[in-house]
Design a protein around this ligand. Structure first.
Ligand SMILES: Cc1cc2nc3c(=O)[nH]c(=O)nc-3n(C[C@H](O)[C@H](O)[C@H](O)COP(=O)(O)OP(=O)(O)OC[C@H]3O[C@@H](n4cnc5c(N)ncnc54)[C@H](O)[C@@H]3O)c2cc1C
Length: 474
């Protein structure tokens, strides 16, 4: 059973679907896609639990840097709910609007003075020494000062990444971490006024039905079904002879491969490539537990209207909780009579989590801070994602550059959240466009800007649609 195709795509998450959509749109027919799971979506998929609550794989909000991505989403989903991106920090029993550093006027006076002094010291040190921080830990302290770092940024980042910030690099920070604006902080302090990060332009859309996964299931359904193979994972890859073997025994001969599975997994599946395979475990990542609390009754007044909250304190197991019923009323089986909260807990070799108890631990913690009443819990849902966050570890960029070069020499584009392993371009829009750009690179030699130059993509406003060659001109 050997098939042949020009472009072979592995996976059916946003990256793979970006590649497939682009090929289809360009009128290309010589391609195939293989996915291990029974449906599309990957980490951007959604499930409905036994009680009828819909869950995403963690809080998914669309931030788009691309016109092409916007168009495809609008063509795929007809009904959306529009939201204002309201994010909060929960600390010391208090809600503080995000960005945290701009709203420290809400802290008790002692803490506030420590934080302000730290911010001023940090600014003076930066301007006099202008040292380049070596790790994310140093970057945090040199930007926010000691007190604010210890109160929020260091504990929160350990909770999210599951590695101490000393192990993380800084090249990825770009737009992902809000910077310090001392004048703004002074203004909020004097006027005792919040600076909310959710101004008029900070909105996002969410599918009315089916969760985030509806986008990707919908897109997959529009692609030629004869090219899409579900429930058939890649089991080994012979890059010397360009042959991929699958679970059902099928072998596919390809000219180009777009792999969207974790790069680490890809290296482990290579046949007779000991030097590449040996590097797999250098790719550090963390796992994520998603715990869904499906609740009877009404959302508590203090959570109403809030989209998501950050939790820096170590006593609370989750780093983020999303008021998921707020995203769409149909995320619960009885709209208006139920609500839901989705919590995320990170795990790594440096931060152990007991998978058997984590759901109950989350339930108890949410009850202890008064967010829920345990007795009203209609559903307690738990999913562990082995690959949750691609860690931007020290030395990552050098390793990725070496691996990418070796794979491209064998006509392999490894792209996407874990395929490309660059956190700063690992959201759905970035991932989808990495797939699109990989196709344009293979067909036309176009630059893959998202993978090769994340800062440009993240800082230069919305990118225009990629060129559309005239039919027959490919
Ligand atoms: C907790 C969390 C929160 C997030 N929040 C947001 C957010 O707010 N906004 C946002 O835009 N994005 C968010 N994301 C990121 C989003 O999920 C990713 O951008 C997106 O899913 C990445 O797509 P991908 O195709 O690169 O990878 P994936 O979605 O991981 O898809 C890879 C696919 O490959 C398949 N596969 C694996 N191994 C094999 C094999 N051997 N053979 C065949 N198939 C295989 C998998 O089953 C999967 O379907 C979040 C992710 C997580 C985990």
């Amino acid at each position: 059973m050997t098939d042949t195709c020009k472009i072979l795509i592995i996976g059916a998450g946003p990256t793979a679907l970006g590649a497939a959509k682009r090929l289809d749109e360009l009128g290309q027919s010589d391609w195939l896609l293989f996915e291990r799971q029974a449906e599309a979506g990957g980490l951007a998929g959604s499930v409905v639990d036994e009680a009828g609550f819909t869950w995403d794989m963690g809080g998914h909000v669309i931030f788009s840097h691309y016109q092409y991505f916007d168009r495809v989403l609008r063509e795929t989903i007809a009904q959306w709910v529009e939201h204002v991106r309201e994010a909060w920090v929960y600390l010391g029993g208090q809600f503080i609007p995000y960005p945290f550093q701009n709203n420290i006027w809400r802290l008790p006076p002692d803490q506030l003075i420590d934080c302000m002094e730290g911010l001023i010291d940090a600014r003076l040190n930066i301007s006099t020494h202008a040292e380049k921080p070596g790790s994310f830990h140093d970057w945090i302290v040199s930007n926010y000062g000691n007190a604010l770092s210890e109160l929020f940024f260091l504990p929160y980042n350990f909770k999210v990444w599951a590695y101490q910030p000393k192990k993380l690099d800084i090249g990825w920070t770009g737009e992902r971490v809000a910077r310090v604006d001392l004048k703004k902080i002074l203004r909020t302090l004097v006027l005792k006024q919040d600076d909310i990060g959710w101004g008029p332009n900070s909105t996002f859309s969410f599918p009315l039905h089916g969760g985030t996964g509806a986008i990707w299931r919908g897109l997959a359904e529009k692609l030629p079904p004869e090219k899409i193979n579900f429930s058939n994972g890649l089991v080994s890859l012979d890059i010397q002879n360009k042959k991929a073997s699958f679970e059902n025994g099928k072998v596919v001969s390809y000219s180009h491969l777009i792999s969207t599975i974790p790069l680490r997994e890809l290296l482990l599946l290579l046949v007779n490539q000991p030097q590449l395979t040996a590097r797999a475990d250098e790719l550090i990542y963390s796992s994520t537990h998603i715990v869904g609390l499906g609740m009877d009754g009404q959302i508590p007044a203090e959570l109403a209207g809030k989209c998501w909250l950050y939790f820096p304190e170590p006593e609370i197991p989750f780093y983020r909780a999303t008021a998921f019923s707020h995203y769409s009323p149909y995320n619960v089986p009885k709209p208006g009579k139920q609500w839901s909260l989705m919590c995320e807990v990170s795990e790594s070799p440096d931060k152990n989590v007991n998978s058997a108890t984590v759901a109950k631990d989350v339930l108890k913690a949410a009850a202890s801070i008064g967010f829920i009443d345990e007795k009203s819990c209609a559903s307690l849902w738990h999913r562990r994602l082995e690959y949750g966050y691609p860690t931007p570890f020290l030395g990552r960029d050098k390793l990725l550059a070496e691996l990418d070069k070796a794979l491209l020499e064998k006509s392999i584009h490894s792209r996407g959240r874990f395929g490309g392993a660059k956190y700063e371009v690992s959201n759905q829009d970035h991932s989808f466009m990495q797939g699109v750009e990989a196709v344009d690179n293979i067909l036309f030699g176009d630059e893959e800007i998202t993978y090769t130059d994340p800062n440009r993509v993240n800082t230069q406003g919305k990118r225009p649609e990629p060129r559309r060659p005239a039919p027959g001109g490919m």
